[in-house]
Design a protein around this ligand. Sequence first.
Ligand code: HXC
Length: 509
Amino acid sequence: MDTIGKLEAKRLEARQGGGQRRIDGQHARGKLTARERLELLLDPGSFEEFDMFVEHRCADFGMTEQKFPGDGVVTGWGTIDGRIVYVFAKDFTVFGGSLSQAHAQKVCKVQDMALRNGAPIIGLMDAGGARIQEGVDSLGGYAEIFQRNVLASGVIPQISVIMGPCAGGDVYSPAMTDFIFMVRDTSYMFVTGPDVVKTVTQEDVSAEQLGGASIHTTKSSIADGAYDNDVETLEQIRRLMDFLPANNREQAPLRPTWDIPDRIEISLDTLVPDNANKPYDMKELILKIADEGDFFEIQEHFAKNIITGFARIDGQSVGIVGNQPMVLAGCLDSDASRKAARFVRFCDCFNIPIVTLVDVPGFLPGTAQEYGGLIKHGAKLLFAYCEATVPKITIITRKAMGGAYVVMASKHLRGDLNFAWPTAGIAVMGAKGAVEIIFRNEIGSPEKIAARTEEYESQFLNPFVAANRGYIDEIIMPHSTRRRIALGLQRLRNKKLENPWKKHANIPL
Ligand code: HXC
């Protein structure tokens, strides 16, 4: 065989991973192989692989006889919509994708390159954690990866996609990246699997119940989204990448759109019902102001009382945070605060302006919330908004009460543009609670209560008091919301605001 032929043969062998039997096993479980996944994630023909011939160097437990070129991870770079991304994809067909020292060095190499060259990194995870045969070398390998995850945090976007059973180090590295997405029914994340759980706690639990997508998108909030299969998941990751800049020194790309920025939406004039206690769907507002109604939601199935996600307005990426009156009347609770705080911080790291849509009756009262640390969790969102220096545009559609008014990107927290709809009411609390407290001594007849309630409502439950103080820049027509935001984004493009120098802030974790 000639030299070129030899290279081709070696490449062919490497592409076989752990062999046809294991590839068939992977397919039989409804999963694609590492290389098939990369082909779908990246633009056709754009993938260039590194370290295809790296092998492990373990000599214990008969490992010298078991060597597979590439050693359980495929690494390299490619493009998504023409923009460079670095990738690594765990190959479950080689020792279950488990991490050897050599495997870790491959991952670290692309992490270093991504950071040095200012491009996002995407990890496709399908792996059984530390390579048991390698012991501490494997643990050290994870530590090297974690350290790089942290150094890259806030500098380049890091995305993790969970596409198979993931345990140990293969869940801790994703946990330190910006977003985690899972594939329904074929992916799991746990620190220790069902067998260990059974031994230690005697709990009988399936992999799905312990760490499936259904758990991590609704209960634990570890995952930011889940999709039905490998193909759909990878398509959605491509879509997400379009909203993000390459690094913290760049802006997200402007995308041309046929959707004119001053599009009027007359239906928004009747979105808020006359009855203040009647809910309406805040997502309707989001879809009507976004370019082409395109909204990439983050954590859709967790803490549904707040909505977070990416959209574009006049071609520019924005992070949208909106209270959802349909769930818990849009109250802020611990989960909603944590969810939105993390999202706001991501946007701020990566120069993505934040549009906040406010309809919030306050923080959720009760022992469950207080015992669960509402003060600390609520403070996370407050902290995140205070800290953010990206353009902040806020629209109050209806209620903005008490501490929640302050938290939701109010003027006082360096909001750049604070608009209110004519239906807005900004006060310390709703009329009922207020009348019960301030007119406690007078309350007796229902007529008196009604008169005081009416007095309070007409005096405070409108946007004019706040506008009178300059806390609201302008009371706008609901139908012109998109136009106002588009104009604001355009005019705030050169915003310069810096926080005082520090090592890092001490957010209430
Ligand atoms: C070496 C491993 C391995 C591992 C799996 N394999 N995990 N080899 N080290 N950690 C191998 C198997 O021997 C098998 O080889 C192949 O991968 C597929 O594994 P199966 O068990 O047949 O697959 P499946 O039934 O789908 O189960 C997948 C799994 C299970 C849930 C991941 O393999 C498992 O529980 N593995 C161990 C997980 C674990 O405890 N890891 C250590 C975590 S501690 P063949 O030759 O048959 O194909 C850790 C420390 C990091 O990660 C610390 C960070 C803080």
